[in-house]
Design a protein around this ligand. Structure first.
Ligand SMILES: NC(=O)c1ccc[n+]([C@@H]2O[C@H](COP(=O)([O-])OP(=O)(O)OC[C@H]3O[C@@H](n4cnc5c(N)ncnc54)[C@H](OP(=O)(O)O)[C@@H]3O)[C@@H](O)[C@H]2O)c1
Length: 370
C-alpha cells in the first residue's frame, strides 16, 4: 500500500534500485503519464515561471576542464543525451547550463549550451509538445562591463541554444566590479522578452538583498539565488543566504546537491573519485563521511530509496529549495526522479543534519564570498 501511494505521486521510472523498480511496476501498472511528476512544479520566487521541484545540471556536458577525465567523445555525448531524454521521460524538465560550461566559449568547440539546444531540438522532432525550462548564466568576467554586456552574452547563449528566449537567466557569480550594470542588464532582458525570469548565483546575503531591491524598483522579481548546498555543505544555512531567500521569496537553487557524487555512497576511502574531485574528497575525508553515509543508506532502505534519493529529498524538505544534480547518463537522471513523491520525517531530517555536523565542510567556490 505504502509503495502504491509513493508511486502515484512519483515517477514510474524512478525507484531506488532495479529490483524495486520491478516491484513498483507490479504494483502500479497505471498509465505512464499519470505517474509522471509533472504536476509537482514550483514557482521560482515571485516570478511567473514554474519549474519541476528538481532540475538537472548540465555542467559536465561537453566539459573537459573538470569533469570527464579531461576528454569528451561520442560515447559521453550519447550518454548525456540519454540523461536529457530520461529526465524528460520522468517528468523532470528543468535544465541548468551556463555559457562557460563545456569547452566551447573560448575555442568555438562543443559546449553545454550547444548540446542542450541539440537535445531539445531532437526531442521536439519526436515530441513537438514537449516543454522544457532552460536556465543559463552570464559569466561576470572582469572585462565585461555595463548592462549591454549582459544582453550581448545572453544573445550569444540563445544562439548556441537555438532558442529565442530562455526561462531563467542568472548572473553566474558577482563581478569584481560592474554589478549594478549587470542587474540592470537582467532587467532589460526581462523587458525585451528574452527571458521569463532572472536570478543570481553565488550571491551573499547582502548582495542578494541589494539585487532584489534594485530589480523590485523596476517591478521585476528576483526569482532565485543558485548556491552550493547539500547535506555536507550547509553554508547557506549559516551565512544568512537561506533565511534571506525564505524571507524575500527568492527560490534557493541548490548546486552540487549530491556533493559531486560523494553523497551517493559510490566513492569510498578505497575507491575515491579521480581528477579534481580526488583533491577535495580524499580517502581521509571519505573515511570521516562513512558514518553519515551508512545512516543515509539505512534510512533509504526503509523507503526502498537509494542514498542519492535520500540526500536530494533532504534538500527538498528544507522548503524553497530546488536541487539541480548533474546527470551524465540515463541511469543517474532516472535515479534523481525517485527523490520526489515521498518525504523523510522531521526526525530523520534532524538526525541526518546532526550527523552531518560531525563532517567538516569542504572549501566552497570562493566567489560566494566576493
Ligand atoms: N552556479 C555555480 O557556480 C555552479 C557550480 C557548480 C555546479 N553548478 C550547477 O549545479 C549542477 C550540479 O552540480 P555538480 O555537477 O557540481 O555536482 P552534483 O550534482 O552534486 O554531482 C554530479 C555528479 O555526481 C555523479 N552522479 C550523478 N548522479 C549519480 C548517481 N545517481 N549515482 C552516482 N553518482 C552520480 C556524477 O559524476 P560521476 O558519475 O563522475 O561520479 C555527476 O557528474 C551542475 O551541473 C551545474 O548546472 C553551478
Amino acid at each position: 500500500m505504502a509503495m502504491a501511494m509513493n508511486v502515484s505521486s512519483a515517477c514510474f521510472c524512478v525507484s531506488g534500485n532495479r529490483r524495486s523498480v520491478n516491484r513498483v511496476r507490479a504494483v502500479a501498472s497505471e498509465d505512464f503519464a499519470a505517474s509522471k511528476i509533472k504536476e509537482d512544479k514550483v514557482r521560482l520566487g515571485g516570478s511567473d515561471l514554474e519549474v519541476t521541484r528538481l532540475g538537472i545540471g548540465a555542467w559536465s556536458w561537453g566539459d573537459t576542464s573538470y569533469w570527464n577525465n579531461f576528454e569528451w567523445d561520442d560515447g559521453k555525448m550519447k550518454a548525456a543525451k540519454a540523461a536529457f531524454d530520461s529526465s524528460v521521460d520522468c517528468g523532470i524538465t528543468f535544465f541548468d547550463t551556463a555559457e562557460v560550461y563545456g569547452s566551447g566559449l573560448l575555442f568555438g568547440a562543443i559546449n553545454s549550451e550547444t548540446l542542450l539546444g541539440r537535445f531539445i531540438d531532437d526531442r521536439k522532432l519526436k515530441d513537438p509538445e514537449v516543454e522544457v525550462a532552460v536556465a543559463t548564466k552570464y559569466a561576470a568576467l572582469p572585462w565585461r562591463l555595463g548592462r549591454q554586456s549582459v544582453l550581448a552574452a545572453l544573445k550569444e547563449s540563445l544562439d548556441r541554444l537555438g532558442l529565442s528566449s530562455v526561462e531563467l537567466y542568472q548572473l553566474h557569480w558577482p563581478g569584481i566590479w560592474g554589478n549594478e550594470g549587470y542587474i540592470d542588464g537582467l532587467g532589460d532582458a526581462v523587458e525585451q522578452g528574452l527571458v521569463k525570469a532572472v536570478g543570481v548565483s553565488n550571491y551573499s546575503e547582502s548582495r542578494l538583498r541589494s539585487a532584489y531591491e534594485k530589480l523590485k524598483k523596476r517591478g521585476i522579481p528576483l526569482a532565485s539565488n543558485q548556491v552550493n548546498y547539500s547535506l555536507i555543505y550547509r553554508t547557506p544555512e549559516e551565512n544568512g543566504v537561506k533565511a534571506a531567500c525564505d524571507e524575500l521569496g527568492v527560490t534557493l537553487i541548490a548546486y552540487s546537491p549530491i556533493a559531486q557524487g560523494v553523497l551517493t555512497g559510490k566513492y569510498t576511502p578505497e575507491n575515491p573519485p579521480t581528477g579534481p574531485r580526488g583533491q577535495i574528497y580524499t580517502p581521509e575525508y571519505l573515511t570521516k563521511l562513512q558514518p553519515l553515509l551508512n545512516r543515509i543508506k539505512e534510512v533509504g532502505q526503509t523507503y526502498s530509496r537509494t542514498p542519492t534519493q535520500v540526500v536530494l529529498n533532504w534538500l527538498v524538505a528544507q522548503e524553497n529549495v530546488v536541487p539541480i544534480p548533474g546527470a551524465k547518463n540515463a541511469e543517474q537522471a532516472e535515479e534523481f526522479a525517485g527523490a520526489l513523491g515521498w518525504r523523510l520525517t522531521g526526525d530523520e531530517i534532524d538526525e541526518l543534519r546532526s550527523l552531518a555536523l560531525e563532517v567538516k565542510p569542504v572549501i566552497g567556490f570562493p566567489v560566494e564570498k566576493l
